[in-house]
Design a protein. Sequence first.
Length: 105
Amino acid sequence: MNDVNGPCTMSTLSDETSRTDLLNRLRRAEGQLRGIQRMVEEGEDCMQIAQQLSAVRKALDSAYVRMTVCFMEQELAARMRDGKGRSADLSQLLGSVEALLGKIR
C-alpha cells in the first residue's frame, strides 16, 4: 500500500493529448515569466509586474490542477480495467489526489 504522501503509483502522463496540453500550458507560463523578467529589466511599474506575476501563478496553478486531474483519470481507468476498483483502493487514490491538490497552496 502506498503512503498518501509518498510517490504516486503512476508517475507519467500516458495520454499524449494530456501531455501536449500540459506542455502548452507550461510554455505559455514560461513566456509570461520571460515577459516579467523583461518588465523588471526595463523598470516597469511594480503594480503591472505584480499583476503579471499573479497571472503566471494562476497559469501554473491551472497546469498543476490539470496534471492532477489527468493522474486521477488515468489511475481510475487503470484500476477499473484491472478490477482493482475496491473501496479501499479508491480511498487510497483519492487520498493521493488530495495530497497533490494540497500542494497548490
